[in-house]
Design a protein around this ligand. Structure first.
Ligand code: IPE
Ligand code: IPE
Ligand code: MG
Length: 253
């Protein structure tokens, strides 16, 4: 098959504003380092460009009617990176909210966060907590940051908290349901949108990297070969168009 034939055969999907969009989109924003390296920049330049892309995609997702957008910004495994890279990543939220807060308020976006906050540098933690507090009454899209987040860690933390409630006599283990367990997960801040509908990973890697293990149980997956700083509104719409063609069955027919 020639390239032209292949192109002709390949179905091109177009986003349709009349069809449904996923409620909760979760993104593994990968490829910042390679994006920078390919341009002869330092990895930090890739992270800075990646941060700008969060603004662009958050703005656009809100416009498209997405109810919750979770962005994986730092995993529990990312501490393994060189200290200067970790430090750079940890100060990015400070810049992000400095620059983006007025627009967040104007768009009515509500900021939430999942992950272990205690381990973050004081300033980073403070800035994130302030954004959560200041946007608490906003009623638009939820912009949920996964920072120092790990799916296994989240499940263990939930099990610990539940075990404590059981020993305090507040819960009966025999009666526990999946819904009860979800109340203990960090994503309970997302309310009705706790489970992921659409999981997007950029940069061509096709793995989950400890991201929302519980919440992805029935999500649709989309892998883009673009690096995160190149994943623009058009790429997001293409992803949505693919979602609109999917058939979700949840085990049924
Ligand atoms: C994703 O980009 C951002 C974080 C993990 C913080 P990477 O930094 O993983 O970029 P690559 O995968 O090395 O290109
Ligand atoms: C996943 O990307 C974590 C984030 C995007 C924050 P990584 O680049 O850390 O994942 P691996 O190491 O390639 O699996
Ligand atoms: Mg990576």
């Amino acid at each position: 098959m020639s390239d032209q034939e292949r192109e002709d055969n390949q179905e091109v999907y177009h986003f349709s504003p009349d069809e449904s969009v996923p409620n909760h989109v979760a993104i593994i924003m990968d490829g910042n380092g390679r994006w920078a390296k390919n341009r002869g920049f330092k990895r930090s330049a890739g992270h800075r460009a990646g941060m700008d892309q969060v603004k662009i995609i958050a703005r656009h997702a809100n416009k498209r009617g997405i109810k919750a957008l979770t962005v994986y910004a730092f995993s529990t495994e990312n501490w393994k990176r060189p200290l200067d890279e970790v430090n750079y990543l940890m100060q990015l939220p400070i810049e992000f909210f400095d620059e983006f807060m007025p627009e967040i308020m104007e768009a009515g976006i509500r900021v939430t966060m999942i992950g272990l906050h205690e381990k973050l540098p004081r300033k980073t933690k403070k800035v994130m907590e302030r954004a959560i507090k200041e946007t608490a009454h906003n009623t638009g899209m939820i912009l949920n940051f996964a920072v120092n987040y790990g799916g296994r860690n989240e499940i263990v933390e939930a099990a610990k908290a539940m075990a404590e409630d059981i020993s305090a006599g507040k819960l009966k283990p025999q009666k526990l349901t999946e819904e009860d367990f979800e109340d203990y997960l960090m994503t309970s801040v997302l309310g009705a949108y706790q489970n992921v509908d659409y999981m997007i990973r950029t940069s061509g890697e096709e793995r989950i990297s400890n991201f929302m293990l519980w919440q992805n149980a029935y999500s649709e997956f989309y892998f883009s070969s673009l690096a995160w700083p190149d994943f623009d509104e058009k790429a997001f719409d293409e992803a949505l168009a693919v979602y609109q063609k999917r058939q979700r069955r949840f085990g049924g027919l």
